[in-house]
Write a new protein. Sequence first.
Length: 369
Amino acid sequence: MKTAVMYGAGRIGRGLVGALLAESGYEVVFVDILPELVARLNETHRYAIFYVDKNEQITVSGVRAVDGRDQEAVAAEIARAEFVCTSVKAENLPAIAPFLAAGLKQRLARGAGPLNILICENLMDSSKRMTELLSPLLSAQEMQNVGLVETTIDRIVPEQTDPAVIRTESYCHLPMDGDAFLGPVPAIAHTELVSPFHSCTERKLYMLNMAHATCAYLGTLRGVTLIPEAMAIEAIRRTVTGALAESAQALAKKYPAIASATFDYAQIIPQRFANPALADTCARVGADIPRKLSRNDRLIGAACNVLEQGGTPNHIAVGIAAGLLCDLRSGGAALESAPARLCQLSGLSAEHPVCQITLQALHELAASL
């Protein structure tokens, strides 16, 4: 049986990517730093996924795990695997880069050929980031034997309460950069080869992630805990659907080849958020406000894209304003500090149209609460 290494056995690693690999006939070798999880996977060689929208549980079998702190063991698995996937969160990529480099070196020494790394992270330009991390560790010739394949993670997997069962929605789609593979493209269920891939990355970030954050921040300000509860509030639902419409229109104009799929995507996202069985929290979705209000992330990036395509991001600005107000309140800051804080987080000048529209939305939002 062919082997695939899944670096990270968390919500996405087990709840999406690992399951797709197992469904596709691969033996899945998880790499994780939690000893209890590694031991359980090696004892049972399986785990469960519960699809909350279908009330259905499946078993993912044919898996094992290695300790992510053991570089020798990790490198050995990478050296003989068909390919590697990562899902460790962007901030942890620097920690795993030396392990990936060691595995590639061992692989090339064995004459096993190039290594494709499928980067399954919520990170724009993830291949560039991975190149920055691997280049100092590998020679130029070794780098030529690495295929850094960006993917788009499109499944909502909330925080988990049972370590033995991953609770998630059944929606399943994993687009991959079709131009980035070295050698044959592996057959993986529910994947799609996309070219140019940047269009797919922007669509997910500027639509699903943007709307999710908007819902979370508005829900937090209204005092609700769960995303479905927030979506049940008509004013929030209108803002979310309006923001999606603004972003979809801009992306369809920028990438005409995916225009139809983009408008279809805008229609199904609110239904996914509103699923009461998913029970995702506003706190989880809205976490790390400074990153999510940075220039190239989901909210500011989406608003700037709308402006660049000739639109006005009025609804997206409400989402930005809500995130900004949550940030101010968490730090005990006065509303008067909003302009400076917005510029600090977004990297935009006070005169930028996004800042102007957002600050107007902020005052209206604050007055309505």
